[in-house]
Design a protein around this ligand. Structure first.
Ligand SMILES: NC(=O)c1ccc[n+]([C@@H]2O[C@H](COP(=O)([O-])OP(=O)(O)OC[C@H]3O[C@@H](n4cnc5c(N)ncnc54)[C@H](OP(=O)(O)O)[C@@H]3O)[C@@H](O)[C@H]2O)c1
Length: 268
């Protein structure tokens, strides 16, 4: 199967790297196309890919095309692609907010899978949600899922609303975790720990808490109960967060990303 990735940025390259050694590609090397000469130059020595700076040389023969440009670049890209695509090709969009309908109309082809990826795909721990247009068959969907899973795990959702919603949870979510980590790092530094010790304290605390969560059936709330005893130190911290409505603020932030994903789809 011939797979092409359009856009060798954060996401495109991450998914390309995940998929490059998949047995699904058979004897075909994964192809990457980008308009940035510097990116093309830097990829030319990567033996996992064939790199292109011209759509005509890579798009017409591709079976499956991953589109990983920024949403505001997609209208121009669709115009460029349209004369070279055909109804048998399957498009997989990684773009936030860009609807299946706008891709079907923009490219004039029926088979589209829309996904919401996330950055931990870089280390094989990504989670991608995906949904599809009616013309995509079950077999094609399994194929796409197998490719997405080379970067972590994936969930199928029934409607595009859940794609926009997962933008607010998993797509943008790593930044919320980094925000929390940064806050704790700054607190540790203010308390007098060195840079190194602050990093060890914070990163191991996150890693350990996630491992505990993954290895049990307990909810985060139950784990909080296990750490916090009445009148103790953890309870003092949790009380402070509750007094400041932190839970609600985090939920508001997730909804802000969800709503922004919907807006992006209208803006582009
Ligand atoms: N980053 C994330 O964590 C994240 C999470 C979820 C979803 N996404 C989605 O993933 C998509 C890609 O984001 P990204 O962060 O990977 O962006 P990025 O790093 O800017 O990568 C996009 C790449 O595409 C290139 N490009 C622009 N126009 C092109 C065209 N017409 N044909 C071919 N290549 C073109 C860009 O070149 P230039 O640099 O020269 O413009 C750049 O190399 C976005 O739609 C975003 O919504 C990203």
């Amino acid at each position: 199967m011939k797979v092409l990735v359009i856009g060798a940025g954060n996401m495109g390259l991450t998914y390309a790297e995940g998929m490059a050694t998949s047995p699904l590609l058979g004897k075909h090397k994964l192809k990457i196309y980008d308009t940035d000469p510097k990116k093309i130059e830097s990829l030319k020595n990567n033996s996992n890919f064939r790199v292109f700076d011209n759509l005509q040389d890579c798009l017409p023969t591709a079976d499956l095309v991953f589109i990983a440009v920024k949403p505001y670049h997609c209208n121009q890209l669709f115009e460029d692609m349209k004369p070279m695509v055909n109804d048998e090709q399957l498009m997989v969009s990684l773009m936030a907010g860009v609807t299946i309908e706008s891709i079907v109309v923009g490219l004039g082809i029926p088979k589209v899978v829309r996904t919401m990826p996330n950055l931990p795909a870089k280390v094989g721990k990504g989670v991608t949600s995906y949904t599809e247009s009616k013309a995509v068959s079950k077999v094609e969907l399994i194929l796409v899922r197998n490719l997405l899973d080379t970067t972590g795990t994936s969930i199928h959702v029934d409607t595009e609303t859940f794609i926009d919603a997962s933008t607010g949870i998993s797509g943008s979510g790593p930044a919320y975790v980094f925000y929390f980590m940064q806050s704790m790092l700054e607190a540790a530094l203010n308390m007098g720990f060195s840079d190194y010790d602050s990093k060890v304290l914070v990163s191991n605390t996150f890693e350990g808490a996630i491992e505990l969560f993954n290895q049990s059936n307990l909810s985060p709330e139950s784990w909080i109960d296990r750490v916090a005893s009445k009148g103790g130190t953890t309870q003092a911290a949790i009380d402070s967060m509750e007094d400041n409505n932190v839970k609600q603020l985090i939920q508001d932030a997730a909804y802000a990303a969800f709503n922004r994903a919907i807006e992006l789809g209208k803006e582009k």
